[in-house]
Design a binder for this molecule. Structure first.
Ligand code: HDE
Length: 703
């Protein structure tokens, strides 16, 4: 039978290919039936009743009305009608992967949490990466924050670290979150735009929310355009606490650092990827994980004491602030390896329920007012989304350690709870679960005092210093991108007073930034700087906040496209392929037609992808090797010219032989340091690791 089985990318059998003597048969009306063989599973109803015919409903006569009696039809359709559950109100679009966390350095001095004490121990995890604003069916690459949520199935219960790929947030208090999200989502009267911040209501809300200015700098940077989910950082954002065996507390911030380093796309590229492959990030993760290339991050912590905290030039409880690593260095403690694709998207990725309130003994919360609100929100949202207080019984959510209590019943109760006793304290059952005073979770005994007020601490009032620090810490190329992003976004705003207020805020961040943006959105005069509630400080710059600084000298996990046709130079093709493979990159052969080509030496080469469906935005670098006649043909193919033009405009390394050079000329592009002849393949492969930032000035007019 084996030869009849086709397999999916994970190697699992997918379906039987009907052989000549297949049990497939044709019914009276010509419809196909696939009937069970002696050793194959039988199709049944949910009650286990075997189904004889799944292609025809029960009807009165072959051409007559259908009968209400048909319980098989009704069960199937009713289940189908209820297939969808409410998508997440935010972070609806997501990609989940299983894996493990391995501790490399004990934090026993600071925390009793077993997962952070036992060096070498592997704890299973499920991670979900998401965009925030778009619906579940939106594209992967809008300009947006990415969610970075990890569920650790520890031996002491589940610990959910529900973070983002940006270390700060828009607002300082949870009570503002519904307004923030209403402002960014589709405008309610028109139902658009989908997954975009470039519209009136978002910028209206930003313009009257000065505390968001630091986050505005981050979202306008290339951090919101990651090349791959595997190439972005993750942050817990809030300050948390560790608590040790002596009951002492240390403050902690969590960081995830990708093994592959940081890589981003350019805005024009991200826009085009959305059309070419809306599943770009999900596909990239799927292909990596299912082909044996796990995604990996290092977990690092920033530790500081209650005594250190007042010396920082900002309040660490304010989630619009980060702690520069130049101030508190990062301590690497372990690694997360994501190596198993879920069996079923709905069961796992859709039904996984993260809650920041899921913590384990030895880890505790801080008083960050945004975190405090989140502790309520996530449990509440699961009740409405998953529809039952028993959502913790869904396998992806269930703890892997024993759990027992007296909570009972409820929708979709699947646990078989036995015995007479469903309350405590009790005297009737020796097996009943009891409290564990020494090991059980106990909150840090903090000294809280103060008046009951609705108000904000004065230490939260400086909204511009870290925004300035972030902007000025960027390389000039990254600063240009922030300027261009602000121009693009604010050019979509139709109310001039909103544009002016935004530029007024920018003046508090950087005068040159404000001028460049103001000029390009048509403001004849710069508005006065926005009023401030606190002095703006010139903080020490933090180059660690750049992306360019965090790129690794590696091609691992990336893709090189080689455009070929009949007669293409085999030696050049093999040269690129072998050096790319050595550098742990993947190569894709692209042709005008799927099938095979005959290379220059007469050998046959299989084409992986068709040119029009594989624009260069989906690739990290491109090589074009074409015989003269084929090059002449492709000179009149827009997809080929765009392939080259986009690779050039997106600052990618390009390798060309003489045929490729004909396309270069036709595209009206000039030779530069990022364009290599086919005798310089190793230089090309080295160049493919990064981008030719200096080319940007010739590829577009910088604002
Ligand atoms: Fe969330 N957020 N959030 N958020 N959030 C949700 O919970 C919420 C915030 C984050 O892959 C929701 O299960 C409030 C910060 C991620 O399933 C909801 C506030 C950070 C995910 C919710 C915040 C996040 C969510 C929607 C302000 C970074 C996706 C569905 C107090 C540290 C998790 C759900 C996944 C999801 C509420 C702010 C990250 C409605 C009220 C700050 C990664 O409960």
């Amino acid at each position: 039978m084996e030869e009849n089985i086709s397999r999916d990318a994970t190697g699992k059998p997918t379906r039987l290919r009907p052989p000549a003597d297949s049990p497939t048969n044709v019914g009276n009306g010509g419809e196909l039936h696939q009937t069970a063989e002696a050793d194959s599973p039988v199709l049944t109803t949910n009650q286990g009743v075997e189904i004889s015919d799944d292609q025809n409903s029960l009807r009165m006569g072959a051409r007559g009305p259908s009968l209400l009696e048909d319980f098989i039809l009704r069960e199937k359709i009713t289940h189908f009608d209820h297939e969808r559950i409410p998508e997440r109100v935010v972070h609806a679009r997501g990609t989940g992967v299983h894996g493990y966390f391995e501790l490399e350095k004990s934090l026993g001095k600071y925390t009793t949490a077993a997962i952070l004490n036992r060096v070498g121990e592997r704890t299973p995890v499920f991670a979900r990466f998401s965009t925030v604003a778009g619906g579940a069916g939106s594209a992967d690459t809008p300009r947006d924050v990415r969610g970075f949520a990890v569920k650790f199935y520890t031996t002491e219960g589940n610990w959910d670290l529900v973070g983002n790929n940006i270390p700060v947030f828009f607002i300082q208090d949870a009570i503002k979150f519904p307004d923030l999200i209403h402002a960014v989502k589709m405008e309610p009267d028109r139902g658009f735009p989908q997954a975009a911040t470039a519209h009136d209501t978002f910028w209206d809300y930003m313009s009257v929310t000065p505390e968001a200015m630091h986050m505005v700098m981050w979202i306008m940077s290339d951090r919101t355009l990651p090349r791959s989910l595997r190439m972005m950082e993750g942050f817990g954002i809030h300050t948390f606490r560790f608590v040790n065996a002596q009951g002492q507390s240390t403050f902690v911030k969590f960081h995830w650092r990708p093994k592959l380093g940081l890589q981003s796309t350019l805005w024009d590229e991200a826009v085009k990827i959305s059309g070419a492959d809306p599943d770009f990030h999900r596909r990239d993760m799927f292909e990596a994980v299912t082909s044996g290339h796990p995604a990996e991050w290092q977990l690092a912590v920033q530790l500081f004491s209650e005594e250190d905290a007042p010396n920082f030039p900002f309040d660490h409880l304010d989630p619009t602030k980060l702690i520069p690593e130049e101030l508190v260095p990062l301590l690497p403690v372990g690694r997360m390896v994501l190596d198993r694709w879920p069996d079923n998207f709905f069961a796992e990725t859709e039904q996984v329920a993260f809650c920041p309130s899921h913590i384990v003994p030895g880890i505790d919360f801080s008083d960050d007012p945004l975190l405090q609100g989140r502790l309520f929100s996530y449990l509440d949202t699961q009740l409405s989304r998953l529809g039952s207080p028993n959502f913790h019984q869904i396998p992806v959510n269930a703890s892997r350690c024993p759990f027992a209590n007296y909570q009972r019943d409820g929708h979709m109760q699947t646990a078989q709870q036995c015995g007479q006793v469903a309350y405590e304290p009790n005297t009737l059952s020796a097996e009943a679960p009891r409290e564990q005073p020494s090991r059980g979770f106990s909150s840090f005994r903090s000294n809280e005092k103060g008046q009951k007020i609705r108000g904000r601490a004065p230490s939260f009032a400086d909204h511009y210093s870290q925004a300035r620090m972030f902007y000025r810490s960027q390389s000039v190329y990254e600063q240009d991108h922030i300027v261009s992003a602000l121009i693009f976004e604010l050019s979509k705003v139709t109310h001039q007073h909103i544009q002016e207020t935004m530029v007024a805020h920018l003046r508090n961040i950087d005068e040159d930034l404000a001028k460049r943006v103001g000029r390009h959105i048509g403001l004849a005069l710069l508005p006065k700087p926005a009023p401030t509630a606190d002095d703006i400080q010139d903080l020490e710059l933090s180059p660690a906040l750049q992306i360019i600084d965090r790129m690794k000298d590696t091609l691992e996990g990336r893709v090189i496209g080689i455009l070929v046709a009949d007669g293409s130079n085999r030696a050049a093709i093999d040269g690129v392929r072998s050096l790319a493979t050595q550098a742990a990159a993947r190569t894709v052969f692209i042709g005008q037609r799927i099938g095979e080509i005959k290379a220059s030496d007469g050998t046959v080469l299989k084409i992986d992808a068709q040119l029009a469906g594989t624009p260069s935005v989906t690739l990290d670098a491109v090589a074009i090797f074409l015989a003269e006649d084929e090059a002449a043909l492709l000179c009149s193919e827009a997809a080929a010219i765009d392939f080259l033009r986009d690779a050039y405009a997106h600052l990618k390394a390009i390798c060309l032989d003489e045929g490729g050079a004909m396309l270069l000329e036709k595209a009206g592009l000039e030779q530069d340091v990022g364009i290599f002849g086919n005798n310089f393949v190793s230089e090309f492969i080295q160049g493919a690791k990064g981008r030719y930032w200096e080319r940007e000035a010739t590829a577009r007019i910088l604002p």
